[in-house]
Structure formats: C-alpha cells, structure tokens
Design a protein around this ligand. Structure first.
Ligand code: UTP
Length: 493
C-alpha cells in the first residue's frame, strides 16, 4: 500500500479540546474508553465537544466505547508496512468440474442434481445473502438490494432473489430460510423495504436479518475520520464479518435447530445468481465438501478477478494484484490460461465445518483498502475528496479457504450466472446487468424455439424479462412457452 502525507490533516484542535480529567469526571462510566482515545492519539474526536448537545455527547461516547483502538492502531501499522507483492511459492491450479458439454457429462450432472433436490426437499439448505456493504461505487442512497434492476418491471434486486426463492420452494415443495446480513448503515432501510413490499410474497417468518460488525475509517495518518461533529465514520467490517456475526448472533445454532446442514452463500449484487442451484448443492453433498465454490473462466489474463489456487498445500483465493505477470499469463499444456478459476463468490458452506473453524479459535485477517470518503475538515466543514483520503479495514470470506480440506469447485458460464452490479456507469453497471439479464432470457427463448434477433455483439435487440415465478430456468421455460410466440422487441413473461 502506498502512503502519502494525509491530504486532510486531522484538525489542529488542541486548544478546543475539553480537559481529559473533566471528561473522565463527568462521564465516569466511560473512563477507560476516554483513556484509550488519548492513549491512541485520537483526541481530535472531541474537537467539537463544546458545540454538541448532551445527547450527541452520549452518542459519541457510546460509539467510542465500541471501538477497539489497539486493533485499529495495529491494522493501520500493518497497512503502512504492507507492500503489494506477488504471492510467493508455487501455485497449483485446483481440480474444477467443467461445464458439461457431452451427453455423458450432462447425465452425470442430472444424477447429481437429484442429490441436491432431495436435500432441498428435506429443508436442509438455508440461503445466506451478504448485503451489508456500503455500495459506495454504485452511489445510490439506499441499500444496493433496493436498486430497481429488472429490465422491464424494474423490480428490485431483493425482489428478484425473493421470487427465485419462492419458485425453488414451489418446485421442491419445501421452505427455505433466508438469512440476510446487513450493517448498521443499511439495516433499518433494508428491513423497511421488505416490510413495505410485504416480503415480496415470502412468509416474513422465514426471512432473518442480522447485522455485521463495524470498524472506524481512518485517514492516511491513522486518525479516525468524522462525518459530523459528534459522529465517527464507521464502515462494515467486510463480508468476512459474516463468520463472527453468524456465531455471535446465534444464527448458526438457529440454523442447526431448524435442521439446516448447509448454507448457500451469495452476494446481493449478482443479478444472475442461480439461487439454491440443485446441481451445485448435489456436488457439494456427493463429495462431502466443507466448502464448494462456483468459478468462471477469466475473460482475459489481466481481468481483475480473484482466482482460486492451491498454494502451500492449502486452497486460496489469490487477488489479481497478488499474481505475478508470469503467473497471470501462464498457459496450461492445452494452451488455455493456467490460473483460470475466477471466483464469483457463490458458495456452499457446511455448518459442521464452520463449527470446526470456530473451535480452532482462528479469525479472518483484515485487509486495508484506500477509499474516497466524505468527512469533516478541521474547520468543521464537509470535504469531498478528489483522491483517496481514507482507509477501510475489511475481512473477506474467502480467507476461510485455507482451513478447507474437502472442496468442490464447479465451473459455470459467466453469461448464465454472473453479473454483479458495482458501478453506476460502464462495466458492472445497471445497463450491463440489465443487458446480461435480457441476453440470458433471449437465449432461453431462442433455445425454446422462439427466434430472438441479436446485434453484432450478440446483444438481444429489445427488452425481455422473464419472472422467476414464470420460469426459473430454460427447461421450465421450454415447457411453458408457446413456440409460435413472436418477439416484437418487448416481451414480459
Ligand atoms: P463489495 O466488495 O463489492 O462492496 O461487496 P459493496 O459494498 O457492494 O460496494 P463498494 O465496494 O462499497 O462499492 C461484495 C458483496 O459483499 C457484501 C456486499 O453487500 C456485496 O454483496 N459486503 C461487503 C458485506 O455484506 N459487508 C461488507 O462489509 C462488505
């Protein structure tokens, strides 16, 4: 990580600070926390103490009492020392179940599908959606899941996922609990959205919200940043925070008590997600895997996607920035990219395995990321930075891979299963996600005998939307659609 001097020095506030002894006397319940603030050089958080109201004072002190100052200092120091370098040691590509091409491969997948379907029928699978991220790159005011993404109906991402769950339930005559991880920043708006949309037809009792942990955001000198005179900026502690939250909030026990054996994990923003894919579940169960992963082939050697490899005898997700140029371009004997298993963050996770990890007492490491964060300047005015001015600390779920002994890695087609909504414009934007959905529906229709015109890039010319409640996949569509249907540029089923 490269550091320059902080663009925004923390306020030179010494003369404005309240006397530490006075503070400690007046708020004796918070003495040890106030001590920490001074001990770790963060007293500027009191810069506006004399201007804020008593309830704001209390809220600031409560916030301070939730912060592990020692941890933040350590994470900042680690970030300063860290230089991005290529992962050392030999990387070995993992075994991947390829997308079935021939009839025999398709027959195997069909047989494996029955295993997954049985487990779904028995109610052994829960859905876990991580939706706690701030979605800063997309930049909308509400949670990312509320974004109206469907090409014609403009249904939200949450609604699309909910309807897929309803369709799977109907197909297998089962009930699938849905666990949604939010953060303090978006929990109440997420829950409100579900309530105001009547849980999109799901039983409200089967949807469980839980919040992840938060960590303060620091500037490039390690100083806590504030966005108001009484509020320290906190951000969610990464999707890896789900591991601690599942345990601390008693969710894992709840799941076990309901007979859940495995979790289908996915990220909120993949609009093509095949929720509770029975083939994936089937492979995971057949091989008694602790964790299973779906991967896609990289588009090109320099694509910024993490790849799954073995290194030092363990499974790892190696980030794009950690791959040496030689490894990035390395080819296998058949001329294809050697390190080509791009992680799309769709997993099956065995509950017993998670318990084993908890018993080991291990925790996931934190990674530091430079970000542009709007904050208060030393004069108390808002600063909208043009360059990175802040560091956020996050743990990543894929760091759990190094504890995995038995896994399944299954390749899927990107165009069928992976289109994440990250940015407002360009790559991974609403426009590209909608086009990916339209193209998928177009292929389903075409393969069902309905001609669909495409342009020279293979994009469908027009709008198509197929509700998960009408058809969850191509097979179902083929059985339902009228082959004589004519596409006139706008079709909603
Ligand atoms: P991203 O890393 O893409 O983050 O998260 P994001 O919040 O969606 O977007 P940016 O980086 O701020 O622009 C991938 C997935 O992990 C979840 C997100 O909600 C998304 O589903 N996530 C991320 C969490 O649940 N918690 C976090 O702390 C971070």
């Amino acid at each position: 990580m490269k550091f320059s001097n902080s663009l925004f020095m923390h306020p030179r506030v010494d003369n404005k600070l309240p006397k530490r002894k006075t503070l400690e006397r007046e708020y004796s319940g918070y003495t040890s926390y106030i001590e920490d603030v001074y001990k770790y050089g963060q007293s500027h958080v009191f810069a506006w103490w004399n201007e804020i109201t008593p309830s704001e004072k209390k809220s600031l002190l409560d916030q301070i009492s939730s912060i592990n100052f020692l941890l933040i200092k350590k994470l900042f120091n680690d970030a300063v020392l860290k230089t991005t370098q290529a992962r050392q040691g030999i990387l070995i590509p993992p075994q991947v179940i390829a997308v079935p091409k021939h009839d025999t491969e398709k027959e195997i997948a069909e047989r494996v599908k029955h295993i997954g379907e049985n487990s779904l029928r028995k109610g052994e699978v829960a859905i876990l959606t991580v939706a706690g991220g701030d979605g800063t790159r997309l930049g909308i005011s509400g949670p990312k899941g509320t974004f109206p993404i469907a090409p014609i109906s403009k249904k939200s991402i949450f609604q699309l996922h909910a309807e897929k769950i309803i369709a799977v339930q109907k197909r297998y005559n089962t009930r699938i609990p849905w666990y949604i991880m939010t953060s303090k920043n978006n929990d109440s708006s997420t829950q409100k959205f579900f309530k105001s949309h009547k849980f999109f037809g799901l039983d409200s009792q089967q949807v469980y919200f839980f919040t992840q942990g938060m960590l303060p955001v620091v500037d490039l000198n390690g100083n806590l940043l504030m966005d108001s005179k009484s509020n320290i900026i906190m951000s969610p502690n990464g999707h890896g925070g789900v591991l601690v939250a599942l345990k601390e909030k008693g969710i894992l026990n709840d799941m076990k008590n309901c007979g859940i054996k495995n979790i289908f994990f996915h990220q909120i923003d993949n609009v093509l997600i095949k929720i509770a894919d029975p083939i994936f579940i089937g492979y995971h169960l057949k091989d008694e895997a602790e964790i299973s992963l779906k991967v896609v082939k990289k588009c090109h050697p320099e694509e910024k996607v993490g790849i799954v490899v073995y290194s030092d005898g363990h499974l790892h997700m190696v980030e794009y920035s950690e791959l040496s140029r030689k490894d990035m371009y390395a080819n296998s004997e058949d001329g294809t990219l050697k390190y080509n298993a791009g992680n799309i963050a769709v997993h099956m996770i065995n509950i017993g395995f998670l318990e084993k990890v908890y018993q080991m007492g291990e925790s996931l490491p934190y990674h530091a990321a430079m970000k542009k964060v709007t904050c208060l300047g030393e004069d108390g005015g808002k600063i909208d930075p043009k360059e990175n001015n802040a560091i956020k600390f996050e743990s990543f779920i894929f760091d759990i891979l190094k504890y995995v002994k038995k896994n399944v890695i299954m390749e899927v087609l990107r165009e069928d299963e992976f289109s994440p909504l990250k940015n407002m414009e360009g790559e991974n934007s609403p426009a590209s996600s909608r086009q990916d959905m339209i193209n998928l529906f177009g292929r389903w229709l075409q393969n069902s005998g309905v001609p669909i015109p495409t342009d020279s890039h293979g994009n469908v010319m027009g709008l198509i939307e197929i509700s998960p409640c009408f058809a969850l996949d191509q097979e179902e569509l083929r059985n339902k659609v009228d082959r004589h249907l004519q596409f006139h540029g706008n079709l909603s089923l």
